[in-house]
Design a protein around this ligand. Structure first.
Ligand SMILES: C[S@@+](CC[C@H](N)C(=O)[O-])C[C@H]1O[C@@H](n2cnc3c(N)ncnc32)[C@H](O)[C@@H]1O
Length: 243
């Protein structure tokens, strides 16, 4: 795991994806989920989205992550919220689920850390026919200076930062059809303040954060880089269907 993801796990941030929890709420409004649905939150982190779905819809929710620390915090959240979630420690590129079982798979800022094509294929396998994959991922414009791209990749442990078109091509090549695909601009510091309206009541910050300079440095550097190169970056909301 990259040291950025380790730092993120220690910080315990609830919605660790571009757009934050507000974006999650906006995307989920599109679906009328019910207790008949089987939902997978792949790379669930500290489980904020998974818990929200379980609570608001009664759907049967599986939340998978490979990080023990993230899952520990996600389980704590589920307990506090009084929701039932099936937590699974596993690898997104080889998920312990049967073929054609899920109605909806969510991946919020996960693919960019992984061999994306393999994970997209895995999602295609696990989704039912008619099922939907919702993915939220950072993208970089082609004009981004190579040095900027390298710095972000190195800091966050990313193998690449695809463009919006490259992401779309990966989903389509796996066999998905496009239900919707949108470009969003990255919020600046002022716009980010809106997330103050959605504070995370169950963020658990590990003790290591107060003692480890490395954790604080890496998170600060990530935010600094994203703001510095914001005009070359954005995030895509990809809503893809298995027909
Ligand atoms: C940037 S975080 C996003 C977490 C969560 N989706 C959210 O929006 O808050 C990426 C998550 O992917 C998880 N992850 C990374 N590699 C993984 C893998 N191979 N299999 C499953 N999860 C993985 C990390 O542990 C982390 O929780």
């Amino acid at each position: 795991m990259s040291s950025y993801l380790e730092a993120a796990a220690a910080m315990g941030t609830g919605s660790l994806h571009p757009g934050g929890f507000m974006h999650t709420l906006r995307v989920l409004q599109r679906f009328s989920l019910s207790k008949e649905d089987i939902i997978l939150d792949v790379g669930c982190g500290t489980g904020r989205t998974a818990c929200y779905i379980a609570k608001s819809s009664g759907a049967y929710v599986f939340a998978l992550d490979n990080s023990e620390e993230m899952l520990r915090k996600a389980k704590y959240r589920a307990e506090r919220e009084g929701v039932q979630i099936q937590f699974v420690q596993g690898d997104a590129s080889d998920m312990p689920f049967l073929n054609n079982v899920a109605d909806l798979i969510l991946m919020e800022s996960v693919l960019i850390f992984l061999p994306a094509v393999a994970v997209i294929n895995e999602c295609f396998r696990v989704l039912k026919k008619g099922g939907i994959l919702v993915s939220t991922e950072l993208f970089a414009d082609e004009a981004i200076p190579l040095r900027a791209k390298e710095q972000i990749q190195f800091t966050c442990g990313l193998s690449s930062i695809p463009s919006f078109k490259e992401w779309l091509k990966m989903f389509l090549s796996a066999g998905f059809t496009r239900d919707d695909a949108r470009r969003n601009h990255l919020p600046g510091p002022l716009e980010n303040l809106v997330n103050v309206l959605y504070p995370d009541p169950y963020q658990v910050v590990s003790r290591s954060v107060s003692t480890s300079r490395e954790i604080n440095d890496i998170v600060r550097k990530y935010h600094w880089l994203i703001q510095k190169y914001r005009k070359f970056l954005g995030y895509g909301t990809f809503i893809m269907k298995k027909v």
